[in-house]
Design a protein. Sequence first.
Length: 151
Amino acid sequence: MPQSLSAVYVHLVFSTKERRPFLRDRTLRESLHAYLGSVSKQLECPPLRVGGVEDHVHLLCRLARTITQADWVKELKRVSNVWLKQQGRDYSGFQWQGGYAAFSVSQSNLEEVAGYISEQEEHHKKMSFQDEFRALLRKHNLEWDERYVWD
């Protein structure tokens, strides 16, 4: 019987709409990260690490063979948006930004990226999300338009 095997790892980053700090509450943020990991696993994209701070999230996952990257992100955002709005009145206006960034990660860099995601709170004491995002885009040689990347 033929097999189709895949080991494609993706570092996904997306923000709250207008980078609003909806995720200040640490307990809620950790629950959101766990929920995102659970949803990703259900989509057959097992998470290696999920993290972030008050205005954005990072996921390091192995992308499934059976779902496109765009559909994976769309579903993660859709169901987590619904979940967050169920967490109370303070989240009734919650939205994710329209866009996202996804970067390939080699097997040899998985630990480094996982560590980077784990250290988000410390990292953002020194650098804003926007500066971090620009640095990631530059590191991966991506071009972007400032007019559209910050929706």
